[in-house]
Design a protein around this ligand. Structure first.
Ligand SMILES: CC(C)(COP(=O)(O)OP(=O)(O)OC[C@H]1O[C@@H](n2cnc3c(N)ncnc32)[C@H](O)[C@@H]1OP(=O)(O)O)[C@@H](O)C(=O)NCCC(=O)NCCS
Length: 342
């Protein structure tokens, strides 16, 4: 079988791959084969089916496939960001029957060499992981930042009804819950940012430096430094940008628009990146994003919020007791790690 877009390692063009792998650049036509290899990945919550076509259009991205006897057995995507200094590794996966044989390691090393040859100014490789990192990983990687992952599940129609019973700060609106003392005034409503306000807050002032984890925007698993070139990438995406106060923000959030996942016909993923440590403000922005999207969604929603780790527990209580949604998994972490490209 002749393989189009065949690639060789730049430093060792003739060196045979240890595991007899061939590397090719992925194209639109590879979609079905990649999906076949990716079945059941992330428990049916794979984002790649909805992102693949867009990935093919991105000029700063290369999707590399590893093949064995012509058959796709692994994939990795590399996206160059941070003014060309960072290669962001995403989408890594190896076909189930090929795992544990060093394929991922070989593909990672190949992509690193390939990217270094194409973009000599690349200095570091970054990736975001949610598996348990051990001492061996930390010999290879430095931790850039981490967020807790709160994953809940609900039917959009049910949560919409529940939200109608709650005020903007999550208190019951029911007239039967009368109190003798007047409740504290609700915080001012969150502000949706337009692109001019996003530029001002994120690029031309230092107002968010203390709010963002390690001064990094982690949007739907992708870590970005505060640079105009990254903002150009982010502003092309469907995201709601919210802060509590444009002059002195304490909590900022990015809600990526819901997208379908392969687990079932009417299943969606809704990802909210939450930055800041103030629990009432976090709750308020979370509710705002949920209201906006449950207004139009129909079906099952897996909602993932990435947040400051100490807020995970109180937010779980809020989700269970007030929102009455189901917690899908116990505490896990989203870790952004990096290593120098040598
Ligand atoms: C994780 C997965 C890609 C590992 O594939 P594998 O071929 O069995 O892994 P290997 O045998 O090459 O051994 C692990 C190597 O990959 C690296 N690795 C393992 N998990 C990794 C991850 N999530 N991200 C980056 N590197 C990872 C290890 O550090 C090791 O590198 P080394 O060769 O430099 O020591 C594979 O199990 C898989 O496809 N899992 C399902 C999808 C998934 O969880 N992807 C991770 C997305 S963050």
């Amino acid at each position: 079988m002749k393989i189009e877009n065949s690639l060789s390692a730049p430093q060792h063009p003739d060196a045979p791959s240890q595991a007899g792998l061939q590397f090719t650049v992925a194209t639109e036509e590879d979609f079905d084969e990649i999906m076949a290899m990716s079945q059941h990945i992330y428990g049916g919550l794979d984002y790649l089916p909805t992102r693949y076509t867009a990935w093919m259009q991105e000029t700063n991205r290369t999707v590399v496939l590893a093949r064995k006897q012509g058959k796709v057995i692994a994939l990795e995507s590399v996206c160059v960001i941070d003014d060309g200094e960072t290669m962001l590794v995403e989408g890594l996966r190896v076909a189930p029957q090929e795992r544990g044989k060093g394929v991922a390691g070989e593909l990672l090393r190949f992509c690193s060499q390939l990217t270094k040859a194409k973009y000599p100014e690349v200095k570091v490789t970054r990736l975001t992981r949610d598996d348990q990192l051990g001492p061996k990983d930390f010999q290879k990687y430095r931790l850039v930042t981490k967020q807790g992952i709160l994953l809940v599940r609900f039917r959009a129609e049910d949560l919409k009804l529940r939200l109608a019973q709650l005020g903007p700060d999550g208190n019951e609106l029911s007239p039967t819950t009368t109190t003798t003392t007047s409740p504290p005034p609700p915080p001012a409503p969150p502000v949706h940012l337009d692109s001019a306000a996003i530029h001002r807050l994120y690029l031309t002032t230092e107002l968010l430096w203390e709010v963002l984890p390690n001064v990094t925007i982690v949007q739907d698993w992708q870590p970005f430094k505060l640079l105009p070139s990254n903002m150009d990438i982010l502003l092309k995406k469907d995201i709601d940008w919210v802060v509590d106060n444009v002059d002195a923000p304490t909590v900022a959030s990015l809600c990526t628009f819901p997208f379908r996942v392969p687990i079932g016909e009417d299943w969606y993923y809704l990802n909210i990146d939450m930055f800041g440590k103030d629990l009432p403000l976090v709750r308020q922005q979370y509710l705002g994003h949920l209201r906006r999207h449950t207004a139009t969604l129909k079906g099952h929603v897996m909602c993932q919020m990435f947040l400051d780790p100490p807020l995970w527990k109180p937010m779980v209580e809020f989700c269970r007791q007030v929102l009455q949604v189901e917690l899908v998994k116990e505490y896990t972490e989203q870790c952004v790690v990096e290593a120098d490209v040598v």
